[in-house]
Write a new protein. Structure first.
Length: 220
């Protein structure tokens, strides 16, 4: 898989997989190899926090877990217009490609936005075609996982816009919590509050930022 690309030094899922201590079985009728790949989401830290010395910060799966819970608590005015179970699936899938790509942040200029998107798409293709294509049953298939990932990336449906907003809410929550715990100024992340699009989610963001301001005033 991807041998020609690998010889040219171009990133492929195979270039990462070849470095793993335990090879992941491909084209299996069992979902177990896929489950093993997901373990990397549990152990890969979110890079944004590591730049501030928070080496024991949340993992990618930590982030997605709370996002999934948040989607289930959309206010009635919003949930009545959304397919909430679909949003929950999207929250649990949207960063799945980082199992091989890693968490590449916007400040990392070594990888362009276009290259990051290419790597993530290649990883999701690998998951669909090499890990899940022969797996029967279940309530979700490889092609559906791939479609949901792409729906999030395209950000055209109301569900995808909501999950993008939830992604930002989870970041704001974590920012406030790490500031409290570690006494760090993590203002660099606060700007995402202004990028939230749905009014109901903006209310959550406003509440979080108001809480942050209140805590800051009490500590000063």
């Amino acid at each position: 898989m991807g041998s020609t690309e690998s010889q040219k030094g171009e990133w492929t899922p195979g270039t990462v997989l070849s470095t793993l201590p335990h090879p992941i079985e491909e084209n299996s009728s069992s979902p177990i190899p896929f489950f093993h790949l997901l373990e990397r989401l549990k152990t890969t830290k979110r890079e944004g926090w590591r730049r501030f010395g928070l080496d024991r910060a949340e993992s990618i799966s930590d982030h997605m877990y709370r996002m999934a819970i948040i989607t289930m608590l959309a206010p009635p005015s919003l949930s009545s217009k959304l397919n909430i179970p679909h949003c929950t699936k999207m929250a649990l899938i949207h960063d799945m490609a980082e199992s091989l790509v890693g968490d590449i942040t916007p400040v990392d200029k070594s990888v362009t936005k276009a290259e990051k998107a290419r790597r993530e798409a290649a990883t999701m293709d690998y998951i669909e075609q090499s890990l899940l294509s022969g797996v029967p049953g279940g309530t979700i298939s490889g092609p559906e996982i791939r479609r949901i990932f792409q729906e999030y990336e395209d950000s055209e449906t109301l569900e995808s816009k909501f999950v993008h907003d939830v992604d930002k809410i989870e970041l704001l929550l974590q920012m406030v919590e790490y500031e409290r715990e570690h006494g760090r100024d993590l203002s660099e992340f606060a700007h995402v509050a202004n990028r939230i699009t749905l009014p109901e989610v903006k209310e959550w963001a406003d509440a979080i930022m108001k809480e942050r301001k209140h805590v800051s005033q009490n500590q000063s």
